[in-house]
Design a protein around this ligand. Structure first.
Ligand code: NAP
Length: 253
């Protein structure tokens, strides 16, 4: 018996990083998964590896048409939709005075509006399924700010508000909505040399400041996502769960 036996899920940004790990974990737990990404080659490769349990759709989370296609694909291929993992996101390190309005809007559009669009797109199918679980990926930057991350942090704070309001709206339909807040997780997003160079002093000093003394692994986030997606979390909605190695426990002294 898998934790997600019989569940049908959509996972965004599923071709690499944490999303890719969530796709693998969901399949291992018995779910069928439609995963979307703008990275078509990586998506097609993962789909080829995982076979009939998954469908890959080329999907930009800022496109309502792509959302419609993802939901229709899930229902057509697997008969229903139970879970949405709003994972896709981007980061850009630039101070407010250096960032253009267009760059700021793009971050908010993908990281926040993309999740709103996703929730809007899945409501009807989840009602038809008798309920569902939505997991919105925020960040520790949804609780604290960092120089150079104003737009990113604003988007991730926004995800918390979106989650709370959606939980209140959708509870009556047995649709649960929770947010997760990863700290530093080893993915292409943070291993990009430009990003690492712009983050604090170095990835090493960042790791040592944490109570657990290291970056997180994608599978350590996937376990939490699988739990929130599953019926084991049937009484959790509107919650915010940290998976940050203790980053937010204190100021570091
Ligand atoms: P990642 O490795 O960059 O993966 C994110 C995926 O989303 C990439 O494949 C990316 O494609 C895709 N994507 C970007 N824009 C998209 C769009 N408009 N529509 C659909 N897909 C899009 O990042 P990650 O580290 O796994 O991050 C996953 C989520 O966790 C994000 O929401 C991120 O903000 C959050 N998070 C990450 C960390 C961390 O330490 N890694 C910490 C806290 C929160 P491209 O490569 O083409 O952009």
């Amino acid at each position: 018996m898998g934790q997600l036996d019989g569940k049908v899920a959509i996972i965004t940004g599923g071709a690499r990083g944490m999303g890719r790990s969530h796709v693998r974990r969901f399949v291992a737990e018995g779910a069928s998964v439609v995963f979307g990404d703008i990275l078509e080659q990586e998506g097609a490769e993962l789909a080829g590896e995982l076979g009939e349990a998954v469908r890959f759709v080329r999907m930009d989370v800022t496109s309502p048409e792509d959302w419609k296609n993802a939901v229709e694909t899930a229902v057509a291929a697997y008969g229903k939709l139970d879970v949405l993992v709003n994972n896709a996101g981007i980061i850009q390190h630039k101070r407010i005075e250096d960032m253009s309005l267009q760059e700021c809007r793009r971050i908010l559009e993908i990281n926040l509006i993309g999740q709103w669009l996703g929730i809007k797109a899945v409501i009807e199918a989840m009602k038809e399924a008798g309920g569902g679980s939505i997991v919105n990926v925020s960040s520790t930057e949804g609780f604290i700010g960092a120089a150079g991350l104003a737009a990113y942090s604003a988007s991730k704070f926004g995800v918390r508000g979106l989650t709370k309001a959606a939980a209140r709206e959708l509870g009556e339909h047995n649709i649960r909505v929770n947010s997760i807040h990863p700290g530093g997780i080893l993915t292409p997003m943070v291993m990009d040399p430009d990003v690492v160079a712009a983050t604090a002093d170095s990835a090493d000093s960042f790791m040592k400041a944490l109570p657990l003394g290291r970056m997180g692994r994608t599978r350590e986030v996937s376990g939490l996502v699988a739990f929130l997606a599953s019926d084991d979390a049937a009484y959790c909605t509107g919650s915010e769960v940290l998976v940050d190695g203790g980053m937010l426990t204190g100021a570091g002294y």
